[in-house]
Design a protein around this ligand. Structure first.
Ligand code: 6PG
Length: 239
């Protein structure tokens, strides 16, 4: 039986961001103290975006390796690029050494090859768990990273990274898989907005939808959410 996630309900976005930032800083300090390195996967999306400027301070980024949980199939400078968003909000302001940042090679016309390279980069220099912390968002349809309902990526049990067709968006994405994300040492979800309330309640309480397998994994999971996103949950824990 899976563990229940810890749910932190914040009264405002700044409060949510401060609570999540404290969690990330503690995870970084503990990974660096134990293993000399902090391996984190960043998320795309508007809620994670609010966190990144706060994380410019309080983490020793010289000792971090920064991965991305997923990426859109766009050039690295595209406004839709998760890498670009993280670079502008966190990586450049924090002066994270470029060698510490592992981005998906979206310029490769063969995205399956780009996914294989990403898996290799994730496996390099570390045994499982490959990630100390996976930061994730949640979509109203229950997707997380680019694990969308009804897609082939959900069935992947061996590979850590895949390219996937997302028919509902008419696009391809690159994403870490359940083996990589469920296997992370620690997982945090950042969820805001009433449009996520039903999905959040479902993944926490009923176990359907793509994010549920990660939310209900045996290891630690913390969900930082606002009151609107938490409104359909039966048991709430206020921060
Ligand atoms: C992406 C994501 C995705 C995102 C959620 C939540 O690149 O789109 O990584 O999984 O985190 O869709 O996004 P919002 O916080 O914007 O709702």
């Amino acid at each position: 039986m899976s563990d229940q996630p810890k749910i932190v309900v914040a009264a405002s976005l700044p409060e949510l961001v401060e609570a999540a930032a404290a969690h990330v800083r503690a995870a970084a300090a503990s990974a660096i103290a134990a293993r000399g390195r902090f391996r984190i996967a960043l998320a795309g999306g508007s809620t994670p975006r609010a966190l990144y400027p706060v994380l410019v301070t309080g983490v020793d980024w010289t000792r971090a390796t920064v991965f991305f949980g997923d990426e859109r199939a766009v050039p690295k400078g595209d406004p839709m690029s998760n890498y670009r968003m993280a670079r502008e909000t966190l990586l450049d302001p924090a002066r994270v050494p470029p060698a510490n940042v592992i981005r998906w090679r979206t310029e490769d016309p063969d995205l399956d090859a780009a996914a294989r390279d990403y898996e290799e980069a994730l496996r390099a220099g570390a045994a499982a768990p490959w990630l100390d912390l996976a930061l994730l968002g949640l979509g109203p349809d229950g997707h997380t990273a680019s694990l969308f309902p009804g897609t082939s990526a959900l069935a992947e049990e061996e590979r850590l990274a895949v390219a996937v067709d997302v028919a509902e968006m008419g696009t391809r994405r690159l994403t870490l898989t359940y083996p990589a994300l469920c296997g992370a040492r620690d997982v945090c979800f950042l969820v805001t907005g009433g449009d996520k309330a039903a999905a959040l309640a479902t993944v926490v309480e009923a176990g359907h939808l793509p994010a549920a397998r990660i939310v209900r994994r045996p290891g630690p999971v913390t969900i930082f959410c606002d009151r609107a996103a938490a409104s359909a949950l039966r048991d709430k824990v206020s921060s």
